[in-house]
Design a protein around this ligand. Structure first.
Ligand SMILES: [Zn+2]
Length: 47
């Protein structure tokens, strides 16, 4: 089960802490799909 895009966005922006952070972090290490999603978030212009 992939983290939601909101979770990935929170992860990217440093808002995830503790267990949710570890869950998303562990998942991303092993999931090329989510690595791609995270890379696309990094290319978004700031608000
Ligand atoms: Zn994933």
């Amino acid at each position: 089960m992939h983290p939601s895009e909101n979770e990935l966005k929170d992860y990217f922006e440093g808002r995830l802490k503790g267990e949710p952070f570890r869950r998303v972090d562990d998942h991303i290490q092993s999931c090329p799909d989510c690595q791609d999603t995270l890379a696309s978030l990094q290319q978004l212009p700031p608000d």
